[in-house]
Design a protein around this ligand. Structure first.
Ligand SMILES: C[S@@+](CC[C@H](N)C(=O)[O-])C[C@H]1O[C@@H](n2cnc3c(N)ncnc32)[C@H](O)[C@@H]1O
Length: 470
């Protein structure tokens, strides 16, 4: 039986994959600033307090030549992750039990990418300090670190809701009762009342998403012992103490935080981004840190954009008209429209920008599209196979998940997808690399699902879903 030592052993935190923590994504942002960043395919990656480690386990399945190491205090969480690693037969990822407070001074580096997601604003000051101390010790000279946290000033508003919840749940210790009591308070609170003052209406809006959180998130995120939202300025100042400097935010919609378009020093960049946070009432940051003195370029420069690749899910609906999900947008420049149209056609493949990003005007337009998440920037080609060969092989991680009965599978392009239909599950299980297409077809025909879909069609669908190994 697992020994209960932490609140995270008692109540599991929901496993998540975080695309903004991908080395591919961090490398793309670093290169957009003209910095060298380690090749994602061969990177050494550390995740601090990674819970069950699935964020890195999913990356490890996609990048066999990179090395991944996740640690966490919760032995229950790490136990789940280690079981998955063993079942998938991955030899490039370690998931271990460790206390950040203990390893901050002894873990050996260097690491090209260090990720601290969902820890920094929920732990006391000594643990926060240990996180930055560890990054400061192990980050490679050209490394990039990622630290996410509930940010100020939005955190003040969330604190008001949290105070209300704690007022009502008091010292209820049983997690189920505690979460149940908090939900009741939220249900009553979020309902609008006639004559609501704008400030109360705003608080109700902030509380509403909390109601939709699952029990683990609500218990740990809103009702935790420690809740310490940070301002960007605070984090940048604390990071500086450990030989780290602000690069940018990892969230595309905050891309201009670190790319103000003028030559400012790091302190002025942080000052301006903090000023924007007050205006926008920012709630969350995913701050990227690098070694100081690397001189990130704070302007959009063609040579930096040209070194990247891009992807887009946009569909061309007219000469210069596009649709991407609910969004509709127009592109006046015919050459840019053709390029975005092409990206949409080849999705999920990525195209190099080298041949396109030749004018500053086009580069600025591309950054604008990335900022609006209508295109994505990448440092590497699509990580999964789009053209299945004679002996197609599915991700060993997805196959292990199917074998264990899991219904949310991790794709090689770092998404979690619901995968419940028995036919596709059976088909994917056949793709273990031992069968060629003829043998797959024979096994598929003999199965109870044979005839549902042709082997070629199924392979093409799984390839586009990021399930096949390149
Ligand atoms: C909110 S969860 C986040 C997990 C994961 N990083 C994510 O974002 O989904 C916080 C994690 O921090 C871990 N943690 C807290 N204090 C720690 C410490 N001193 N050393 C290592 N892990 C710690 C907890 O066990 C928990 O798994």
């Amino acid at each position: 039986m697992t020994e209960i030592t932490t609140r995270y052993d008692l109540v599991a935190y929901p496993a998540g994959l975080f695309p903004t923590t991908l080395p591919d994504h961090m490398a793309a942002i670093a290169r957009l600033h003209g910095l060298d960043a380690a090749a994602p395919a061969k990177a050494r990656v550390l995740e601090v307090a990674g819970g069950d480690g699935v964020n890195l386990i999913a990356m490890a399945a996609a990048w066999p030549d990179a090395r991944f190491h996740s640690f966490d205090l919760s032995s229950a969480a790490v136990g789940r992750g280690a079981t998955l690693v063993a079942a998938a037969g991955l030899d490039n990822v370690r998931v271990e039990v460790d206390d950040l407070l203990e390893v901050a001074d002894r873990l050996d580096g260097p690491y090209d990418y260090v990720i601290v997601h969902g820890l920094y604003a929920w732990v006391p000051e000594p643990v926060r300090e240990a996180a930055l101390r560890l990054i400061g010790r192990v980050l490679a000279p050209e490394g990039v670190a990622f630290v996410s946290y509930n940010a100020q000033p939005g955190g003040h508003l969330r604190s008001a809701i949290r105070d209300m919840l704690l007022h009502h749940v008091g010292d209820i210790a049983d997690p189920v009762e505690r979460v149940g009591a908090a939900r009741k308070v939220l249900e009553q609170f979020v309902a609008p009342r006639e004559g609501d003052r704008p400030v109360v209406a705003a608080l109700r809006q902030i509380a509403e998403p909390m109601l939709r959180k699952n029990a683990g998130s609500l218990y740990h995120d809103e009702l935790s012992d420690c809740y310490a939202p940070q301002s960007l300025s605070q984090v940048a100042a604390a990071a500086e103490q450990h030989g780290l400097a602000f690069l940018n935010d990892a969230v595309p919609s905050m891309l201009y935080d670190g790319l103000p378009g003028k030559d400012l020093d790091d302190a002025a960049v942080v000052h301006a981004a903090q000023a924007d946070d007050y205006v926008a009432a920012s709630f969350f940051h995913q701050t990227l840190l690098v070694r100081p003195g690397r001189g990130p370029c704070r302007r959009i420069v063609s040579a930096n954009v040209a070194g990247l690749l891009a992807s887009s899910q946009a569909t061309r609906t007219g000469e210069g008209s596009f649709a991407a999900g609910e969004d509709r947008f127009e592109i006046g420049d015919p050459r840019l429209a053709d390029f975005i149209g092409l990206l949409g056609e080849v999705w999920p493949a990525r195209l190099p920008l080298a041949g396109f990003a030749d004018s500053l005007e086009h580069c600025e337009a591309l950054v604008q599209l990335a900022h609006k998440t209508l295109i994505g920037f990448h440092a590497v080609p699509y990580p999964a196979c789009l053209d299945p060969g004679e002996r197609p092989r599915a991700s060993p991680l997805a196959r292990a998940q199917i074998a264990s009965g899991a219904t949310n599978l991790f794709t090689l392009d770092h998404r979690m997808v619901a995968f419940v239909e028995p036919g596709p599950r059976a088909f994917l299980s056949l793709l273990d690399g031992t069968r060629d297409r003829a043998q797959i077809a024979a096994a598929w025909e003999q199965s109870e699902f044979g005839g549902q879909v042709s082997v070629d069609e199924a392979l093409s669908q799984f390839a586009r879903a990021g399930m096949l190994i390149a």
